[in-house]
Write a protein that binds this ligand. Structure first.
Ligand code: GTQ
Length: 349
């Protein structure tokens, strides 16, 4: 028959389908065009979440439950096309986490990889593999799979960050394991800043051997990434679709910083309007600086600082910045590339 049309359902055929159905059989030709589509067909839809509303509701949640009782006090950003599934895209999760002054989110570990993008407040900490890092606005922090991690806030201000996890991907593979440490905080065995000094200065320990897929750097400070963008911006070399877009890497092998999630940081110069672009990796964007708008699948989303928006797989997207703008983003590109699935297409400006 065809990849796009279904054969008619005659009474004889329907009777046959019903007969074989009882024993766990079903005809491919009745579903083929639904399961092998000529191009991506996703339930994920474009959407934008305003940070100010999220913050207000997070602080309200702060009065309802402690970080300790909640384990993690997080409001999940659910894609309107995927409600009830804890997904922002088909393969990825996003949530906004609040840790109030004096609180601890207790130590645990799981198969899922997590990234944090620091949104509000300054100086709370997260500990990973025995090292504590202090989190500042715009920092990109990694929790690798099965690494113990706990978060604490010894400042006087609430601290909010975005959590990006591969929860739906791990669920898809039925590969989830998780456990608590049984203590609020893990033991600190390394000095703050050790991993950045050791792995994040274009050097590696001479006999370093790669034993993990995730980057050994676990905090990529915004001060450094932003400074790099400042420097490069003076060159005035803009990609028509991306402005100036960088990816966060694992310095050991040059691949993406995480095995399942690809993180990016991009600068859009003042007044820049990007050419249409689409790719098979649905992408979560966080507005780090500036205001502007993005058109996703024909819908316009006006954004300002700290707003979060999502572009589904294979939908055309353009960005337009009013003044200079900086966007952080993450997607499953690294996983799709490893599986040979990833595609992109550039449209005409
Ligand atoms: O901070 O460890 O948003 O385990 C969801 C699950 C955050 C975390 C989330 C988690 C965490």
């Amino acid at each position: 028959m065809s990849l796009t049309e279904k054969p008619v359902e005659t009474p004889e055929r329907l009777a046959f389908y019903q007969k074989i159905d009882t024993q766990g059989f079903t005809p491919l030709w009745a579903v083929l065009s639904d399961i092998i589509t000529p191009e991506p067909k996703s339930a994920c839809v474009p959407n934008l979440w305003k940070f100010n509303l999220a913050k207000q509701w997070l602080l309200e949640a702060g009065g309802l439950i402690t970080a300790k009782e909640a384990e993690r006090r997080v409001l999940i950003l659910e894609n309107p096309g995927l409600r009830g599934q804890s997904k922002i895209t088909t393969s990825l999760y996003a949530g906004l986490q609040l840790v109030m002054p004096g609180e601890v989110a207790p130590a645990h570990r799981h198969s899922q990889s997590a990234l944090r993008f620091i949104m509000d407040g300054a100086g709370a900490h997260t500990s990973v593999n025995g090292e504590r890092t202090l989190m500042q606005f715009g920092d990109f922090v990694i929790t690798p799979p099965q690494a113990w991690h706990d978060h604490g806030n010894q400042t006087t201000e609430p601290m909010i960050w975005l959590d990006g996890l591969d929860i739906p991907m791990v669920s898809f593979f039925d590969a989830s394991f998780a456990e608590g440490l049984g203590a609020d905080e893990q033991a600190i065995t390394r000095a703050t800043g050790d991993s950045l000094a050791r792995y994040g200065t274009n050097m590696l320990p001479v006999d370093f051997e790669q034993t993990r897929l995730a980057s050994p750097i676990f905090n990529y400070p915004y001060a450094r990434s932003r400074e790099a963008l400042y420097q490069m911006q003076r060159q005035q070399e803009w990609d028509p679709c991306h402005g100036l877009k960088m990816r966060y890497i694992n310095p050991v092998d040059g691949g993406f910083a995480m095995p399942t999630i690809a993180p990016f940081l991009q600068l859009l110069p003042e007044g820049f309007k990007t050419a249409p672009y689409r790719s098979t990796d649905a992408t979560v964007f966080v507005v780090t600086e500036g205001t502007g708008r993005s058109m996703i699948d024909g819908q316009v989303f006006e954004w300002g600082p700290k707003d979060i928006f999502v572009a589904p797989s294979w939908k055309w997207i353009t960005h337009e910045a009013n003044g200079e703008a900086v966007l952080f983003s993450y997607s499953d590109r690294v996983a799709q590339q490893k599986l040979g699935l990833w595609r992109e297409q550039r449209g005409l400006a």
